[in-house]
Design a protein around this ligand. Structure first.
Ligand SMILES: [Mn+2]
Length: 459
């Protein structure tokens, strides 16, 4: 069966349903997935209900209702089919729309998953969108949400833009009029809300020596070297989106020169941005990556439904709450970063680590670690260990490094996978960012064990 056939069969199953329950994940991809499916299903005139879970595991299976609805598992489910089977869910009441590695079981649950067709850069929201479009052509207005989900799940990171089916979805959004593509733009985050010099100094892909993590120098480059005003006439900070294409070229050119002088490759400097012209300027709704951050903030502070309402167009109460989530999210992350810097990390030969106990929620530890790393020795990947509020037996491990170290051969996913397997834990992620869960009894010596693996990688 081909991917398109999976999509059209899934659309048929949905249209035939009388009642649907969506079970989705609480991150940006999961929230946009749910918002896409919820709208597509209700547009078919079908009764719909949604459930968000942090992870599909034995403990959270209880949130899956015991009724005769069609259960659409989206952004999860592929790797947990044994749980569905144990629960006694029948083949005909389950539809899985996922992009994670699948696990085979005796019950052949229907699944739409681009992974087995080689589509590695298509998230669950992207996959769900393709199904939604198949149920009704009218649904192309939902392409915008799929773009947010794809970008939120880092599908644009490696190639600095979406590719394959995910890129075709962008084109649907452009045709529909609520997505705009800016090609060959600067590879940076915060183009709609961050003051220019902070936008420049916060981006570390590629790492520009003297500019990355250095707002003062970034300001000099913009004002003095490129002769570009940092502020608008009314005194407010300008953002990247405010710049004319000449101004953008002037800044990108200067950054390229710095990379060139340092003997670094320049190709990661440019990326494609996805702007939403139907959203207000200077808000995090205005582009795909900032919108995704806002949704992640909602999910991490257990308000996925608020994020979903914003996805479905609420610009009143839900949006105000989402803004608060984002503000709160940022301040706790900053607090955590300061805690790491104040407390100090333990340096080993090939990594630096710190155990933060239960001081901060485990859901933001990875992000905080990444931010702390930007102020620490960038050559040493950072590892943060923390305890989980709802599981006293486990320790969560979060690791971050940067593009430069990845090019030099560092692979955090491989390192954590190997080290956690040795102690009966489980790990995964990406080369640049990875995580693992191990038991508390395996905590001692774990950093040293990962350090040994990273040392081998570098040799
Ligand atoms: Mn996903």
């Amino acid at each position: 069966m081909g991917f398109n056939q999976e999509i059209s069969e899934a659309a048929e199953v949905i249209k035939d349903a009388e009642k649907v329950t969506i079970i989705s994940h609480i991150d940006a991809d999961g929230i946009t997935s749910e918002a896409i499916m919820r709208q597509a299903v209700s547009r078919c005139g079908i009764q719909i209900n949604s459930v968000f879970v942090r992870q599909l595991e034995p403990m959270t299976m209880k949130y899956v209702p015991d009724d005769d609805s069609l259960k659409i598992f989206i952004d999860l489910g592929a790797g947990q089919q044994n749980l569905l089977e144990e629960r006694g869910l029948l083949e005909k009441e389950v539809l899985i729309i996922d992009h994670h590695i699948t696990q085979d079981t005796n019950t052949p649950y229907m699944q739409v998953n681009g992974l087995k067709y080689g589509y590695e850069k298509l998230s669950a929201a992207g996959t769900g969108y393709l199904v939604a479009k198949e149920t009704d052509d009218y649904n192309t207005d939902l392409a915008k949400l799929a773009v947010i989900g794809n970008v939120g799940d880092m599908m644009a990171r490696e190639h600095r833009g979406l590719i394959g089916p995910a890129r075709e979805i962008v084109d649907d959004g452009v045709l529909c009029g609520n997505v705009e593509v800016v090609k060959d733009d600067l590879n940076c985050y915060g183009i709609s809300t961050r003051p220019l010099h902070l936008c420049l100094s916060f981006s570390d892909d590629p790492f520009v020596s003297g500019i990355t993590n250095n707002p003062q120098n970034a300001q000099k480059l913009i004002e003095r070297d490129a002769g570009i005003d940092l502020r608008k006439r009314n005194g407010k900070w300008r953002v990247w989106e405010d710049l004319s294409s000449e101004e953008r070229r002037a800044i990108i050119g200067r950054l390229a020169l710095r990379l060139y002088d340092a003997g670094e490759p320049v190709e990661r400097l440019k990326a494609e941005h996805y702007i939403f012209p139907d959203e207000k300027k200077y808000t995090p709704l205005r582009n795909a990556s900032e919108f995704a951050t806002m949704l992640n903030a909602c999910g991490r502070w257990v308000k996925p439904k608020t994020g979903s309402s914003v996805c479905c167009g609420d610009r009143g109460d839900a949006y105000r709450e989402a803004e608060n989530m984002l503000r709160h999210h940022r301040s706790v992350i900053r607090e955590m970063m300061e805690y790491i810097l104040d407390t100090g990390v333990e340096e080993l030969s090939h990594l630096q680590y710190l155990h933060i106990g239960d001081r901060f929620p485990d859901t933001i530890v990875g992000i905080g670690a990444g931010m702390a790393l930007s102020k620490l020795n960038w050559k040493l990947p950072i590892m943060i260990l923390c305890y989980l509020p709802d599981d006293p037996e486990l320790v969560k491990i979060s690791m971050r490094t940067n593009e430069r170290m990845v090019s030099a051969g560092v692979d955090l996913q491989a390192a954590l996978l190997e080290a956690s397997e040795k102690v009966g834990g489980a790990g995964g992620g990406h080369k640049i960012a990875a995580g693992a869960y191990i038991s508390r009894s395996a905590e001692e010596g774990f950093a040293e064990s990962v350090n040994r693996i990273l040392k081998e990688q570098s040799s």
